[in-house]
Ligand binder design. Structure first.
Ligand SMILES: *Cc1c(COP(=O)(O)O)cnc(C)c1O
Length: 419
């Protein structure tokens, strides 16, 4: 037997599943569909209930299938402890509500996930919690806000949907100078591409719904970090009840066995697709941190092992072009999701930022002509050909539409001459 520390792809397969004592020696983690766990021995029951002995009492608190999922993510993130949630937003909200109280101050960035941004703008102010949202890539401005007082620094990298990358080591150090808890949403990068705890973050969280599960068939969330902090969050969640379902935990576990294979393929395809789109005349702008001219490419190259499977691009022709193009994509679900084995394409206005008003989206720098494109594990060439045909047809339709409007507004003689 080897004593070497397993590499991340081996952890994706085995972590959390090494225990050979599962039910009837099954090699796969069973889905334990049991709300409660029974004890004849009242002393043993008591010891488990108060946490002196390992074991399970009631499904809202813990469950063996859910435990295995938490342990897999914990090991991939190199953390001491992990706890899970029914959704990614439950991971975000439970973490914030565990630590924040009236009078506290949060520093974050404008480009957080749409739901997270709503908590900052709508729900935390109701509790007299002050929130400073900075321009995402203005590191000096973020540091200046941290110095004014910061109990919790909340970062996300790369961001959704414009793929900005923030310098996690630099900002975590700034946060710690004022004693802040530093939380990073690592959903877009995954532990394959980025390890925020190694860069100094205290807590790292995921919407497991996305890349971790990878098959768009289960919702879930998870947070990892030191045992004392994670236990506080666990306690909040067990009381508030946003528990991960054992069936979802099983689906996420199964999906995670191929995490490294999927993400490496998605990294490779996304870079090639971003280069293709960049050169296409109907594409106004491409956002992908792997492109050398992306505004945060240097930080991304330094702090990430791969640039991720999500990119976004702006079409010439505004929202009508988005409307015309999406149905033409053969190999992309037009849906509000990302990180799946299938390619998914969506405009932020109907997906990540549907909760935001057009004004809020504009303030966040999210153009209405943007398409977020989450690269699946299809063959790269098929995806590029698919984009090519959809762009060609859309450009033709938009130009024909523009010509028609020109004709309608032109004098009758000119219109007649085009017949
Ligand atoms: C989807 C997402 C969330 C929320 O996760 P749910 O599982 O949908 O609740 C949070 N952060 C990021 C970056 C996301 O993409």
């Amino acid at each position: 037997m080897t004593n070497n520390q397993p590499r991340i792809g081996t952890l994706s397969v085995w972590a959390g599943e090494e225990d050979k004592n599962f039910w009837q020696r099954s090699t796969q983690v069973p889905v334990v569909h049991s709300v409660s766990f029974g004890y004849h021995d009242l002393d043993e029951w008591y010891d488990v209930a108060v946490g002196n002995e390992p074991g399970h009492i009631y499904g809202r608190n813990t469950n063996p299938t859910v435990d295995a999922f938490e342990d897999k993510v914990r090991q991939l993130e190199g953390a001491e402890a992990a706890t899970s949630f029914s959704t990614g937003m439950a991971a975000v909200s439970n973490t914030l509500y565990t630590f924040l109280k009236p009078g506290d101050r949060v520093v974050s960035v404008k480009d957080t996930y749409g739901g997270t941004n709503k908590i900052f703008l709508e729900f935390l102010p109701q509790l007299q919690i002050d929130v400073a949202l900075c321009d995402t890539t203005d590191h000096e401005a973020i540091e200046a806000q941290i110095q004014k007082g910061c109990d919790l620094l909340y970062l996300e990298s790369p961001t959704n949907p414009t793929l900005k990358v923030v310098d996690l080591a630099r900002l975590a150090a700034a946060g710690h100078e004022t004693g802040a808890i530093v939380v990073v949403d690592n959903t877009f990068a995954t532990p394959i591409n980025s390890n925020p705890l190694q860069l100094g973050a205290d807590l790292v969280l995921h919407s497991a719904t996305k890349f971790l599960g990878g098959h768009a068939d289960a919702l879930g969330g998870v947070i990892c970090g030191p045992a004392d902090l994670v236990h506080k969050i666990y306690h909040y969640r067990e009381i508030n009840g946003a528990t991960l379902h054992p069936m979802a935990a099983y689906l996420l576990l199964r999906g995670m066995k191929t995490l490294h294979l999927r993400v490496r393929q998605q990294n490779e395809s996304a870079l090639r697709i971003a280069q293709f789109l960049h050169e296409h005349p109907f594409v106004e702008n491409v956002y992908y941190p792997g492109l050398p001219f992306h505004e945060n490419h240097d930080i991304a190259a330094r702090q990430m092992h791969g640039f991720g499977g999500v990119l976004s691009f702006m079409l010439r022709g505004g929202f009508p072009a988005v409307r015309a193009m999406l149905p033409r994509l053969r190999y992309a679900h037009a849906a509000a999701n990302l990180g799946a084995v299938e390619t998914v394409a969506a405009p932020p206005r109907t997906s990540s930022h549907v909760e935001s008003s057009p004004e809020e989206r504009e303030a966040m720098g999210i153009p209405e002509s943007l398409i977020r494109y989450s690269v699946g594990i299809e063959e790269t060439e098929d995806l590029i050909e698919d984009l090519q045909q959809a762009l060609r047809a859309t450009a033709a339709e938009i130009e024909a539409g523009a010509a028609e409007i020109d004709n309608r507004s032109a004098p009758a003689t000119a219109a007649a001459s085009t017949d």
